[in-house]
Design a protein around this ligand. Structure first.
Ligand code: ADP
Length: 327
């Protein structure tokens, strides 16, 4: 992400639960968890947020800390390669802090095992030395709330998943909610976004607020450079055509996956690993980032024998679906 976009993205983050648009169930459940804990005067249970990228998991973690009036410490699964990395993080926590671990399914095994004890008993055993002379030193950890985020809750081990008191599954956003996200962002950025312009952008945002905000910034560039700054329907359309964003908002990887599925594998069924090799991506990326949206958009079906392109996918690519295509 380039610098300007990163700065703008942080300015667009919702700051409290009332500013967090959509995800009504998650918001209601989380509010209960937080208020209940606050009334009892204890840190809330550990929270797991699962869902595709850009749906607001990091924003929610920040909101949890803000609602509790405590500090947020950020790290990620890949950064916790050794148990020592986690021990250092845990020993610096102050009572009530929120520890956010992004991509928690990628945490290394020794760190994960240390996390079990920390989550359950607020202590860790730090092993000093090697071989027969190694000793384990118990260390107290201040009571904290862990917020884990994952694009792949299925990849979490059972023991880790069981230690979260509350799991929120984030869903793709409805176009109406994305229009609200866009209206809010336009207000913050000072963009003259007309309702029909918002409809146009929301419909192509892949159900994802981060993408909606990114498209808004690109459309704003277009409107300022080629127009008078106002984003109405025709400006949004013309701008999105320049950036190759199609009517459904499918991105490069979505299109590559559908294209390979239809052109190289006759529409499937084909295994996800084979499909990933065909588009030069990691199977996990295809499975976690790309497929959830294609399934939701009715373009791809997951069957026991593999991935299958639906009739809608053939049509979307401008091809005639075979008679036996899944509808
Ligand atoms: P994730 O951690 O799931 O990848 P983020 O929390 O980083 O997603 O969200 C990406 C961006 O999308 C945020 O900077 C914010 O501007 C926007 N966003 C996400 N969810 C919402 C929401 N519910 N309401 C308003 N804006 C949102």
């Amino acid at each position: 992400m380039v610098a300007e976009d990163r700065d703008v993205e942080s300015s667009l983050r919702p700051k409290d639960l009332s500013e967090f648009i959509g995800q009504h169930r998650v918001r209601e459940q989380l509010q209960l968890v937080l208020t209940g804990a606050q009334r009892r005067g204890t840190p809330p249970d550990h929270v797991l947020l699962s869902g595709p990228p850009g749906l607001g998991k990091t924003s929610l973690a920040m909101i949890i800390a803000a609602e509790l009036g405590t500090a947020l410490r950020l790290t990620s699964g890949p950064a916790l390669e050794r148990a020592g990395d986690l021990a250092a993080m845990l020993s610096n926590l102050v009572e009530g802090d929120v520890l956010f671990i992004d991509e928690i399914h990628r945490i290394a095994r020794p760190a994960e095992e240390m996390l079990y004890l920390a989550m359950e008993d607020f202590r860790v055993d730090v092993v000093v030395g090697k071989g027969p002379g190694a000793t384990s030193i118990p260390l107290e950890v201040a009571p904290f709330t862990l917020v884990g985020a994952t694009t792949r809750s299925g990849a979490l081990t059972g023991p880790l998943r069981d230690r979260f008191g509350f799991t929120a599954h984030m869903e793709f956003y409805e176009p109406a909610d994305l229009q609200l996200v866009l209206a809010r962002s336009a207000r913050i950025l000072g963009v003259d976004l007309r309702p029909e312009g918002a409809v146009e952008i929301a419909g192509r945002s892949r159900g994802t607020p981060r993408i909606a905000n990114r498209l808004l910034r690109r459309v704003r560039d277009f409107a300022e450079v080629r127009g008078n700054g106002t984003v109405d329907r025709s400006t949004a359309r013309a701008a999105l055509a320049v950036y190759d964003v199609d009517e459904l908002g499918l991105d490069r990887l979505d299109k590559a996956v559908l294209g390979a599925l239809v052109r190289s594998f006759g529409g499937g069924p084909v295994g996800v690993s084979t499909l990933a090799v065909a588009v030069g991506e990691e199977p996990a990326t295809v499975e976690e980032v790309c497929e959830p949206f294609l399934v939701r958009a009715g373009m791809l079906a997951r069957t026991p024998r593999g991935r299958v392109a639906t009739a809608a996918a053939w049509t979307h690519l401008g091809l005639v679906p075979p008679p036996d295509a899944v509808t």
